[in-house]
Design a protein around this ligand. Structure first.
Ligand code: HEC
Ligand code: HEC
Length: 209
């Protein structure tokens, strides 16, 4: 049976091609390197809401620490172009240049992500339900096994629960569409509001099984 071979080989070449593209991209990136110190200086305008170490203690406001560089950059581009609507963030992003966005991406992604919550889970049943819904809907396929995100895909582990729920509801109602590829609206489309609440609870308190 030789039939599966070509496709397996094709898969291999696709992977190699991707690796090469990444290598080229990161090499090109190092020529026009983002300036981490400039990002830190620019971020002074952000800490009032997102927190001094970019770990948020403000309602419905996300922590940015440890988000993938690509995710931060894309969201700022979406706010700036009003592809993502926020009365608060759109005017702020409108003041940012491409260089600012690169520097801010480098800075926030360099910060340690929010620590797991230390208190006892007030609702272990909801946690268990969230884990089930996440598995059934393959959230880890894109967000990674520890939900740390990658490239344009958000880190969602240990994000604020209220913000996670708001984000999931915004995707569910279509308020937030993402960038052309409807990855998230598709992912949450079949889910109930109880599912969304369970997911937000689970991800905010995520611990490795
Ligand atoms: C007045 C408060 C405020 C300030 C100042 C502020 N933000 Fe925000 N930011 C928010 C809120 C609220 C949201 C959530 C928007 C939403 O989806 O409703 C947000 C969302 C974001 C997101 C999307 C993150 C995610 O997980 O989806 C990024 C990136 C971001 N802000 C970057 C910045 C940067 C960079 C600055 C400084 C230049 C900044 N913010 C200043 C309130 C603020
Ligand atoms: C096909 C890939 C894919 C799948 C599957 C997926 N996601 Fe996402 N997710 C993304 C991408 C890409 C983004 C960034 C969205 C954007 O750019 O608007 C995102 C963003 C999010 C956000 C917003 C984070 C923030 O800080 O703003 C949450 C919450 C989220 N995903 C949760 C989930 C959950 C829960 C599931 C499973 C039900 C899931 N995702 C499945 C790709 C995916």
């Amino acid at each position: 049976m030789s039939a599966p071979r070509p496709s397996r080989r094709a898969g291999f070449f696709v992977r190699i091609a991707k690796l090469l593209t990444c290598a080229v991209a990161s090499h090109a990136g190092s020529i026009h390197a983002a300036d981490l110190q400039a990002g830190k200086a620019r971020a002074q305008a952000c800490i009032a809401c997102h927190g001094a170490q970019a770990v948020s203690s403000m309602q419905n406001t996300p922590s940015l620490a440890g988000q993938p560089d690509g995710f931060i950059q894309w969201q700022l581009v979406y706010f700036r172009s009003k592809t993502r609507n926020s009365d608060i963030m759109d005017p702020i992003a409108a003041t940012l240049t491409d260089a600012d966005i690169r520097d801010l991406g480098a800075y926030f992604s360099s910060l340690p992500p929010p620590a797991p919550l230390a208190d006892a889970d007030p609702d272990p049943q909801r946690y268990a339900r969230g884990a089930k819904v996440a598995q059934a809907n393959r959230c880890a396929n894109c967000h990674g096994e520890t939900y740390a995100g990658q490239q344009a895909v958000a880190r969602i582990a240990h994000q604020r629960e209220d913000y996670l729920l708001k984000a999931l509801r915004d995707f569910h109602t279509g308020k937030r569409t993402g960038g052309g590829i409807a990855a998230m609206p598709d992912a949450v489309y079949p889910l109930s509001d109880d599912d969304l609440q369970a997911l937000a609870h689970y991800l905010s308190r995520f611990r490795k099984p």
